[in-house]
Design a protein around this ligand. Structure first.
Ligand code: T4K
Length: 403
């Protein structure tokens, strides 16, 4: 007879949605200030279309990042699409496969083929040494992704882009508040794009921002995100509706006021994971460079099955059975998803490090929604599942399979 998860749980009965420990629970800043801002929006009756809160949000971000222009968008995916279009990319663009699907889709959506490049196994970012063999006469750009907020090898990418006259963009969805070699991420390449999605440490419900030091490009992007309108009744170029609304900006501004607290909490969580995982062989927490500014919004572990004796997927299922909703970001890699998978059957053979990482990485819950007790519980389950304890791997896995 099949058992209910509640009978299997080591740590008690079935929790409600909010009692489950999710990756990606939103951080909420001051409710009072947020509601006041939303009240003001309602009083002003200016709800969207470059309202005062959106303008304030853009200025705050530009000054925090140290960049000339910030254009807020309704989300980072549309932000990427606009940046790609404004940079006049076409043909083929080289990106990593080990990323969220939006990186690839933002290109494919406008008929540009993403060419998947392998990543560096240590940084998890696009490996500059693997880029040159992928360049063809159709290549127009490179789009790096600062995965987990750890900066790409910007200099190497810049050098390749310069040599081949390619545009260079960065998907900085994970990297708001992070620096690379002491410089805030946001000012590299032709443009960079942040995400302020609910699951990001600083959120605007849904939202994104394109940042650039190129004034001409910024002007073009501003037009494009508003249908191409340069004036009433005057459209200068093709455009889309990529605007952020005032309620999102209210949330974004309120989140910005608390980012130092959010980062401090993330750092505390990270340190606790570091300490409690240190004696679990084969469960390796990825490191962040202490010399850089970092948002610590992702707690990422690499599972070395040769040491743990249990693979990442079994561990993942055990955690879910215990209501710890860890995530296998970014399994199985974009090249293994449609429409890309059907197009190039043996793509995976070239992406050795991507395949390797996609089979080993787990994201664990962090942020303000989790406390010391919960982190200890997660680590205890990982310890039990990997080192035996009273409950063996086999027992746990058999139980999970039975449900
Ligand atoms: N580039 C990169 C590298 C990205 O990682 C992303 C987004 C983008 C581009 C595109 O940015 P946006 O266009 O979204 O601005 C989530 C997010 O939806 C996505 O924004 C994020 N990356 C990605 C890494 O994570 P899913 O498919 O994992 O979402 P979902 O619905 O499974 O939610 C994750 C967890 O968060 C759940 O366990 C529940 C929790 N959650 C979520 C929401 C929305 C909450 O507790 N409350 C909430 O309101 O993609």
């Amino acid at each position: 007879m099949k058992k209910k998860i509640s009978e299997l749980a080591i740590f008690g009965g079935l929790p409600t949605f909010s009692e489950k420990l999710h990756v990606g629970r939103p951080n909420i800043g001051s409710r009072q200030i947020l509601l006041q801002r939303i009240n003001d929006v309602l009083d002003r009756k200016w709800l969207t279309n470059n309202g005062p809160l959106v303008q304030e949000f853009e200025q705050e971000i530009a000054s925090l990042v140290g960049v000339k222009h910030c254009i807020a968008t309704c989300n980072a995916t549309v932000g990427l699409q606009i940046a790609i279009k404004a940079c006049e990319l076409k043909g083929e663009v080289i990106i990593p496969s080990f990323t969220f699907i939006a990186t690839a889709h933002a290109l494919q959506w406008q008929g540009i083929e993403p060419i998947f490049c392998d990543v560096d196994p240590h940084t998890h970012n696009i490996d500059p040494q693997k880029i040159e063999p992928l360049i063809t006469d159709k290549t127009t750009g490179i789009m790096g992704v600062h995965l987990w907020g750890r900066g790409c090898n910007v200099e190497a990418l810049q050098e390749i882009a310069r040599r081949y006259s390619l545009k260079l963009l960065f998907d900085a969805a994970h990297a708001f508040g992070c620096s690379y070699r002491g410089q805030m991420i946001g000012s590299f390449g032709n443009a960079e794009v942040f995400s302020f999605h609910a699951t990001k440490f600083c959120n605007s419900f849904e939202g994104g921002a394109i940042v650039t030091n190129d004034s001409e490009l910024a002007k073009k992007i501003r037009l494009m995100k508003n249908f191409g309108f340069s004036d009433f009744d005057c459209v200068d170029d093709i455009g889309i509706n990529g605007k952020m609304n005032e309620v999102s900006a209210a949330m974004g501004l309120t989140s910005l006021e608390s980012i130092d607290d959010f980062i401090d909490i993330n750092i505390e969580n990270y340190k606790q994971y570091q300490q409690e995982l240190s004696n679990i062989p084969g469960v390796n927490l990825i490191a962040y460079d202490k010399k850089e500014r970092c948002n610590y919004q992702y707690v990422i572990v690499d599972i070395d099955e040769s040491i743990t004796g249990i693979d990442r997927d079994k561990l993942y299922r055990i955690l879910w059975a215990e209501n710890i909703l860890a995530r296998r970001y970014f399994y199985p890699g974009c090249h293994q998803m449609e429409p890309y998978r059907s197009r190039i059957a043996d793509m995976g053979l070239m992406l050795t490090n991507t395949r390797h990482l996609a089979a080993r990485i787990l994201a664990l819950p962090t942020g303000t929604a989790i406390g010391k007790r919960e982190i200890s519980k997660i680590c205890q389950i990982l310890r039990l599942a990997t080192t035996g304890g009273k409950i063996t791997n086999e027992m746990l896995y058999q139980n999970v399979c039975a449900c």
